[in-house]
Design a protein around this ligand. Sequence first.
Ligand SMILES: Cc1cc2nc3c(=O)[nH]c(=O)nc-3n(C[C@H](O)[C@H](O)[C@H](O)COP(=O)(O)O)c2cc1C
Length: 184
Amino acid sequence: MSTLVILAHPDLEHSRVNKRWRQALLEHPAEITVHELYEEYHNWEIDVAKEQGLLEAHDLIIFQFPLYWYSYPPLLKKWLDDVFTHGWAYGSNGTRLRGKKLGIAVSIGDKKENYLPAGSVSFTVDEVITPFKASAIHVGAIALPYFAVFGASFQASDEEIEQSAAEYVAYIRRHRLPTPSPAQ
Ligand SMILES: Cc1cc2nc3c(=O)[nH]c(=O)nc-3n(C[C@H](O)[C@H](O)[C@H](O)COP(=O)(O)O)c2cc1C
């Protein structure tokens, strides 16, 4: 089964990181399906049935986006609000995401050392992505460790971005493997 990557970048044309990551993913069409929200929904009217169908057809789903104000770009937030509905994603009959693996691939403008309690951001990335992890728990899914590149605004060199693209594909492959069952 292929992996679904939900890509949300409002200005991919001027992107360094997400554009390169997208290119790396597109080299593996049999393994990875890239779904570009800003390309698909110029009018921001999400086709909920279509999106839910896509999610149901995949067990490993990665949300790829640039970090904007310590959060998702707004179309991804709207997508979550529209698609993760009561009776489908949560509530007594809302079981469709249960057991699926959800990951995040995020480009982060600031430097890694600033994402520490003593750094200028004051929070770790794991703390920043708490809403994502809480949402995964709420729908009975498994929140994977995040994949990130730091210094995405200025510091990251072309070589680092190039390397991160290969690491991103490896991250997806690693998590496509079945989760090992607990030791007996
Ligand atoms: C509106 C906006 C908000 C941003 N907010 C943050 C932020 O909260 N933290 C951070 O480290 N970088 C922030 N950045 C920098 C982006 O994360 C960075 O430009 C992006 O990850 C680069 O990826 P790209 O080359 O794919 O566009 C922000 C950038 C924009 C345009």
